[in-house]
Structures are given as C-alpha cells and as structure tokens.
Ligand binder design. Sequence first.
Ligand code: NAD
Length: 335
Amino acid sequence: MGVKLAIIGYGYWGKNLVRNFNNLENCTVKYVCEREEKSAKKCSNLYPGIKVVSEYEEVLSDPEIDAVVIATSINTHYDLSKKALENDKHVLVEKPMTDSFEKAKELKRMADKLSKVLMVDHTFLYTGAVSYLKKKIDEGEYGQINYIDSTRVNLGLFQQDLNVLWDLAPHDISICFYLMNALPLTVQATGISHTENNIENIAYLTLKYDNDTIVHFNCSWVSPVKIRQMLIGGSKKMVVFNDMEPTEKIKIYDTGFRVRSDQEKDEFTADYRVGDIFVPKVGTTEALSAMAQDFIAAIVEGKEPDSNADIGMQVVRILDAAEKSLKNNGQEIAL
Ligand SMILES: NC(=O)c1ccc[n+]([C@@H]2O[C@H](COP(=O)([O-])OP(=O)(O)OC[C@H]3O[C@@H](n4cnc5c(N)ncnc54)[C@H](O)[C@@H]3O)[C@@H](O)[C@H]2O)c1
C-alpha cells in the first residue's frame, strides 16, 4: 500500500533500489521496467509480485503509479525524468541527475512548476559517516574548513559514454556540497585517456572557494588498489574518512597549526599541535534504505529531501564546468 512505484532499469544499481524499496512498508513496487530479457527474467523470478515490463510508456501511462525511480544510464536520465514529470509522477533519478547543467535546470523548473518531488540518488549523503560529519561541521566542531582532499580510485569498469569524472566524482562533489553548503568560485580539471575513444580514465578536479578553501578530487578507473579516502582539514581539527574501513570509517585528529610571525627576525614560524585521535561510532544502516525512505517521506509528508534537486543540479553544474576545463587544457572555469 502507500506510494505506488515503478523502477526503470534493473541493472547493477537498479537491483539494489528494487530490494530497498520493496522492503519499505509505506510503498509498493508495482512495476520494474527492464528491456534486457535476461535481467527482466531474473527480476520476475526474484519478485513474483512485481509486474516486469519492457516499455516504460506502460508504467508512465498507468494512473495508479505515483512515482518513478530511474536507474538507467546517464544519457537517458533527462528524457525519462521529463516524461515521468509530464505524466504527473514524482521522480527519483540516479546520479548524476543529467548530462548537462541546462537539462538539470529545466527538470528542476518543471518539477517546481508541477509541484512534484524531484530527487537525485546521491547515496553517500545517507551514510552514517557523512551524516555525522555534516552535523559536526555545522556545529563548528572542526572550525573553518581549509581543504578537502579525496581519492576515489580502483580498477574500475571503463564506461563507453562518460568519463571517470561523470562516473565517480558525483559522489565526492555531492558530499562536498552537502558538507560545505556552498558552491565553489572556480572549477579546474585535468585528465587523460589511455584508450582510443578519448574518454578520460584518470582525472583530477580542483574546486576553489572564496574563503581560502581548496578541494581536490582524484578519480581513476586504472588504479591497482581500491581507495576511498577523504581528508578534511579544519582549522580546529582534521578528519580522515576511509570508506574502505568496515567499522572505523572516521578518525578525528586533534591536530592543527598556528602561524606566528616573528617580527624581530622578519619570518613566519608555525606551531604544531598533535593531540588525540577520536574514532566516533557512526550509524550502519544501509544508506540506500535511508535514501528510499527520504524519497517516500518527501512524497507523503512534503518533507524536503536531503538529496534534493538543487544538490543534484549543482553537482551537474560543477561536472559541466569540469568537462569544459578538461577540454581546454585545465583552464580555470568560473561558475
Ligand atoms: N548511487 C550510486 O552509488 C550508484 C552506483 C552505481 C550506479 N549508479 C547509477 O545508476 C545508473 C545505472 O547504472 P548501472 O551501473 O546500474 O547501469 P546498468 O547498465 O548496469 O543498468 C542499467 C539498466 O537499465 C536498463 N535500461 C536502459 N534504458 C532502459 C529503458 N529505456 N527501458 C528499460 N530499461 C532500460 C538497461 O537494460 C540496464 O539493465 C547510472 O546513472 C549510475 O551512475 C549509482
């Protein structure tokens, strides 16, 4: 009962979405739409109560369907989201929201005009670790954020239609935007392709803010090891967020520095502070389940979702600027 849903795309990520929405009590997954026969069959076998269809028009034209979840490849997000909104459905679309800032803006305008929920699955915002960091940063516990430096590399699947930034950086950008609550002033990206299709498989993205904050992301599909690590340097404390750690994902270092100017000698000296390391207990609920609940709450209670359309749109804005920078030899692009 409750909200009636259709999920389009039963691929790698769609499977996780179907499992999580199917476990919620206040919604019913009425349809899965999957055009590949083998995947569709797997879904039917696993969920006999869900109607599996191959054409999305069938689910969009069903007046019983309140909301559509889109888990297809990025180049289809805009068209499918637009059609779903036009058919009076709330929309949850996978990250990144669209493949251009213009399209993201248009979808948000449409959703606002039609009073429909438009949400983007930036799953990391719902992890215990990121929720904890958000609370502490908002409370000023770490002071002014001077830098964020993130490494997201592994021997990843080369995508055919998008580069490594569009694939991996949405996670880092959404976390960063959520934690900092601000847009950078400039975006700069460099990268390289080791394949004939010229799609970058290694890329470095730098964001500069107006308050002496610098953010750097290292994204790669060609690393021999998998690293998911974010360093956050605050003026009071510093944080290591290692998502590969099963339990101790966050370590807070009571570490800092203070610069003194020695006027007699006409030079700067730095005092360092190396204090205790604290490992907080963070929530371990599956992030995707919390994300799914947030979408349903947005529909039923009118709650603004944490991963709202604005975050989705700003992530794409930064990716769009990064793409321009990549194609112009790392030129700094003002937002
Ligand atoms: N939030 C996350 O952490 C996370 C993780 C992985 C992937 N994703 C996102 O999920 C999306 C899908 O990625 P994936 O890795 O699951 O891709 P995938 O190729 O494994 O799955 C996509 C599925 O959609 C189906 N499909 C495509 N167009 C369709 C249509 N018009 N009608 C019916 N079925 C259609 C395909 O047949 C395929 O099975 C991407 O946007 C990706 O960025 C998000």
